[in-house]
Design a protein around this ligand. Structure first.
Ligand code: CU
Length: 179
């Protein structure tokens, strides 16, 4: 194999391994989570809508288990809120698995509900954002999290969902509006 071909293969392997490995290695303590939650730049409107203005919104998402047995997302103490962004904004999501009960993920898609029990049966084949698996950690007092960025270029309706089996079908999803 010529050297340049080998270099291309190696470059491709490194790129994919970095993209897959980054999120799940990270963890936070509860005090760190409380500090992080204060950096959320959204302002709560009527009902369950949170509006993020500006070009660099920060969204701090928790994955919780408030109503056994069904998990939900939570932002600013609102369950599965509708998140509103301005087109062109570069959004940073911090997604924290605080449930201590189940692994979760966070993905953004244009495919709306209803969602299938088996994620592979969903139309969510190419999510725009995907944290991958956020596991329950064996270390007491530590919670897995991921930081993902999304540039919302096109106005319209999107959805954030958990791709772990059963979760989205039982309501672990919310709306995103890009205006
Ligand atoms: Cu989940």
């Amino acid at each position: 194999m010529p050297f340049y071909s080998l270099a291309l293969v190696l470059a491709a392997l490194m790129t994919s391994s970095v993209a897959l490995a980054a999120p799940t290695a990270l963890s936070l303590t509860w005090p760190q989570i409380q500090s992080l939650m204060k950096t959320d730049t959204g302002s709560t409107q009527s009902g369950d809508t949170i509006v993020y203005s500006g070009n660099h919104p920060i969204v701090v998402v928790e994955q919780v288990l408030p109503g056994f047995p069904y998990p939900t997302f939570e932002v600013d103490n609102i369950k599965n809120p509708t998140l509103v962004f301005t087109a062109g904004a570069n959004i940073t999501f911090y997604v924290i698995n605080t449930s201590q009960v189940a692994p979760h993920s966070f993905a953004i898609t244009t495919a709306g509900p209803p969602y299938a029990v088996v994620p592979a049966d969903n139309r969510v084949t190419h999510p725009l954002v995907d944290t991958g698996n956020l596991p329950i950690l064996p270390n007491p007092g530590r919670y897995s999290y991921a930081k993902v960025d999304w540039s919302a270029q096109k106005t319209g309706q999107y959805y954030y969902i958990c791709l772990f089996p059963v979760h989205a079908s039982f309501g672990m999803w919310g709306k995103i509006e890009v205006r």
